[in-house]
Design a protein around this ligand. Structure first.
Ligand SMILES: Nc1ncnc2c1ncn2[C@@H]1O[C@H](COP(=O)(O)OP(=O)(O)OP(=O)(O)O)[C@@H](O)[C@H]1O
Length: 264
């Protein structure tokens, strides 16, 4: 049985200043294997974040269900940890305090909180910065803290919503490599939203392409590149072929988006 199952999942939101609701995602079904890394791509507004929020139990479902480890997700809980784009750190807490905070929220036993937090801070390469505060860190470092905080609670599922979206291209590449190094240690089931096709192919076992209006799955592409991944794979035939297929899939949506804008 798959680790995460989305079954006929629909989520609706209320339109601003109106009683009308619209479907952000429409009857999505998707299986995610235990220990796999799945990337989700798609044009802006197609419901990528909503899919992650549904897996985290942070949004109510219009219909369908999300099942993790054979249990339906009914609300936020212990099974998943989420990493957002804007490293949502507490500015008044140090790096150690922020990573500890994740553990405190999940009521970990007090005596080993600090040691556990420090272990994860070292794991993301910030061992010398445990006493720093968020404003003293670069964007990449803040995102490392965010990842350490998520991993420290030992979630079964790691949900990442454009975690490197605010970083420059070079830092982004370094962070992608780092993330894989960390992920390969214990292979948490990972769901990773990105706008970047290359990043998606480089990181993932499977790339899910979402389309919009309403949000749905358009394509699922298996990435048959060996692990550990290395930058030279970016030029391999497999990589280039998958990238082309994803570009084509996404281009259709971009074209329809342009038509809508031009019609305004
Ligand atoms: N809380 C909300 N209330 C109303 N509408 C919302 C809410 N959250 C998201 N939406 C709308 O639902 C749709 C899907 O949003 P979502 O954030 O899931 O898309 P996305 O693919 O992650 O977008 P992006 O790539 O731009 O972050 C969009 O039209 C968005 O405006």
């Amino acid at each position: 049985m798959s680790h995460i199952q989305f079954r006929d999942l629909s989520v609706s939101y209320r339109r601003p200043k109106s009683d009308e609701r619209f479907l952000a995602i429409d009857r999505i079904s998707l299986d995610i294997e235990r220990g796999s890394f799945v990337a989700v791509v798609g044009s802006s507004g197609c419901g990528k974040s909503t899919l992650l929020l549904a897996a985290a139990g942070l949004v109510s479902l219009a219909s369908g269900r999300v099942v993790i480890d054979a249990a339906p997700v009914t609300g936020p809980g212990g099974h998943a940890a989420m990493v957002f784009q804007d490293a949502s750190l507490l500015p008044w807490r140090s790096v150690l305090g922020n990573v500890r905070f994740g553990l405190e929220m999940r009521r970990w036993k007090r005596d080993d909180l600090t040691e556990r937090a420090l272990r994860h801070i070292r794991m993301v390469g910030l061992g010398d910065f445990a006493d720093y505060h968020p404003h003293q860190l670069s964007g990449g470092m803040r995102q490392r803290v965010n990842i350490a905080r998520a991993l420290a609670v030992d979630p079964e599922v790691l949900l990442m919503d454009e975690p490197f979206g605010a970083l420059d291209a070079q830092t982004r590449e370094v962070m992608g490599n780092e993330l894989l190094r960390i992920w390969e240690r214990d292979r948490k089931t990972a769901l990773f939203v990105t706008h970047d096709i290359e990043e998606a192919v480089f990181l993932a076992d499977k790339v899910v392409v979402m389309g919009r209006d309403p949000g749905r799955i358009k394509d699922v592409v298996q990435v048959d590149l060996p692990r550990p991944r290395s930058p030279d794979m970016l030029d391999s035939e497999t990589f280039v072929t998958i990238r082309r297929r994803l570009r084509e899939s996404l281009a259709e949506d971009m074209a329809s988006l342009r038509l809508v804008t031009e019609g305004v």
